[in-house]
Write a protein that binds this ligand. Structure first.
Ligand code: ATP
Ligand code: MG
Length: 197
């Protein structure tokens, strides 16, 4: 058994944390991936965007999948901020059953995204559900990584989606996987405004 006191253990821990903090000196935008089957990816992205705006920074959003109903976050940011918000796509593939239309929508969303990745005024760019276009091979990943690499140094990009291409995971700085350990849907609770959308 350790003879160290609680105070000694805490002091040792603090020294390790302090050393790590002293090493992390870089200041720049980062690429954040939020993936996995659990609930919390898009809401984390928009929460971080709110945090960014709170510090007086400029954000922009591209949503790669258009739902049937306008989301609460879109309504909120539209009414209370000047965040440009692009909703692309025409709905889910299994509803539209129209691959050509989906590819055209993906390309259109990518054209908008490319402009924003070159825009020095944008501090934070949220690419919601972008992973979806890679899953269905609607867009190649290489030009996307190239554009991410060339973007302004201060710009942070947050990409959400259940499954991410490996090349993107390797490129990213921060990768969080949200695990599904339960969901109200499986208890018979329907998707509710203000909680799911
Ligand atoms: P949120 O927008 O709530 O943060 P998300 O972005 O992590 O969710 P998506 O994969 O984009 O999740 O799914 C969108 C919708 O599906 C949301 O309404 C979300 O609540 C719901 N959802 C997410 N995960 C699950 C799940 N494991 N089972 C059922 N519904 C889910
Ligand atoms: Mg989402």
């Amino acid at each position: 058994m350790s003879t160290k006191t609680h105070e000694q253990r805490m002091a040792a821990k603090k020294a390790v944390v302090d050393a790590k903090i002293a090493k992390a000196t870089e200041e720049r935008g980062v690429t954040i991936l939020l993936r996995g089957n659990g609930k919390g990816k898009s809401s984390s992205a928009f929460g971080t965007l709110a945090r960014n705006l709170g510090h007086g920074k400029q954000g922009a959003v591209v949503q790669f999948v258009k739902g049937r109903i306008e989301t609460g976050e879109h309504k909120f940011f539209k009414a209370n901020t000047n965040v440009p918000w692009h909703v692309m796509g025409h709905g889910f593939t299994w509803e539209t059953q129209d691959k050509d239309r989906d590819i055209a929508a993906a390309n259109q969303a990518w054209e908008t995204t490319k402009q924003l990745l070159q825009d020095d005024n944008i501090d934070m760019l949220v690419l919601d559900e972008m992973a979806y276009v890679f899953k269905y091979n609607y867009l190649p990943i290489e030009p996307v990584i190239e554009a991410l690499a060339q973007r302004p140094l201060h710009q942070t990009v947050i990409i959400t989606g259940r499954v991410m291409p490996e090349a993107l995971v390797e490129f990213a700085d921060t990768v969080s996987t949200v695990k599904d350990d339960g969901h109200a849907f499986r208890k018979g609770v329907k998707a509710q405004a203000g909680i799911e959308y």
